[in-house]
Design a protein around this ligand. Structure first.
Ligand SMILES: [Zn+2]
Ligand SMILES: [Zn+2]
Length: 303
């Protein structure tokens, strides 16, 4: 199985071992364009769906209800059995996670609305492959191209504490790291890597993985603080990061997996942006969920 946790992490853990206490599991999905079957973990592919169960729809639009589009199907058996997973990922006896969304615009921010659904794959006796027919898709860029997933469990480290001077942001984003630890991480430079042009710490490059992933830490330097809170007031957690770019040139590269489908040609976008999902200018898409009540609607972020 592929391992993309940067080798440069070792030097960080040696220099600042206390940060390990803040590590969190995440699942990098590594989508690669293909023709997934309903028995495979996929992005934008057919879902393994019970025959007797209606396909979910969204009523928030004029005319006919809009069929939801599949974002992710993830089978637990595609993940290593000996690794801790995000604790919300497979509740109870579930072993199949579905993430769907209505790709149309909703509300003032005109964002798609997503939902999670769980199943027990072995109990799906009458299930078959389901994928809504593409119809009136005026937002094709909100529907991922079909990809097979190559899931990998990684550990991520929290973002550095908010350092700006916006009082609203500091109120929304509580500090995660103790001040002294935050200071050491902010000043940390890898002993054998070149200085960054902006002189910044190398920590950012090692803390969170790029590309499509579930769970882990949200990089709150990229996400405005309002996504750190559910409307009920509770903190949110990162459920899914659906970044357009997989960051194949980052430090998060396979250390030993010669056969893993990695980059292709330098400008082969089927590798660099395999899902072609891109709603905002910068290609940042993410889903946040409430930590107090998983029944609260997911919050969609786009930039
Ligand atoms: Zn809708
Ligand atoms: Zn809530």
């Amino acid at each position: 199985m592929v391992n993309t946790v940067p080798v440069q992490r070792e030097a960080l853990h040696e220099a600042v071992p206390e940060v390990a206490a803040f590590a969190r599991p995440a699942v990098r999905l590594h989508p690669r364009q293909a023709e997934p079957t309903a028995e495979q973990s996929s992005a934008g592919g057919p879902l393994l769906w019970p025959e007797h169960e209606a396909w979910p729809t969204c009523d928030g639009h004029q005319g006919r209800p809009r069929e939801l589009a599949p974002l992710v199907q993830l089978f637990k058996h595609d993940l290593p059995a000996d690794r801790a997973l995000p604790d919300w990922m497979f509740p109870g006896s579930s072993d199949l996670l579905h993430i769907l969304w209505c790709p149309e615009e909703h509300g003032e921010a005109r964002l798609p609305t997503a939902r999670l659904a769980w199943r027990n794959a072995s109990a799906l006796v009458d299930a078959s492959a389901r994928l809504p027919e593409p119809r009136d898709l005026d937002r094709a860029e909100a529907i991922p191209l079909p990809c097979v997933l190559h899931p990998e469990v990684v550990t991520e480290l929290p973002p550095l504490n908010y350092a700006g001077d916006d009082p609203t942001e500091s109120e929304l984003v509580p500090p995660i790291l103790p001040a002294e630890l935050n200071e050491r991480l902010s000043a940390w430079r890898h002993p054998s890597e070149p200085e960054r042009p902006d002189g910044a710490s190398h920590y950012w490059a090692l803390a969170t993985a790029p590309g499509w992933k579930l769970g882990g830490w949200a990089d709150y330097a990229s996400y405005p603080g309002r996504y750190a809170r559910c409307p009920c007031g509770a903190q949110t957690r990162l459920v899914a990061d659906l970044m357009s770019a997989e960051g194949l040139d980052s430090w998060w590269q396979p250390s030993a997996a010669p056969d893993f489908p990695w980059k292709g040609a330098p400008y082969d976008w089927s590798f660099h942006e395999p899902t072609q999902l891109r709603l905002g200018r910068d290609g940042f898409q993410a889903l946040f969920g409430c930590t107090a009540d998983p029944g609260h609607p997911l919050i969609t972020y786009i930039e």
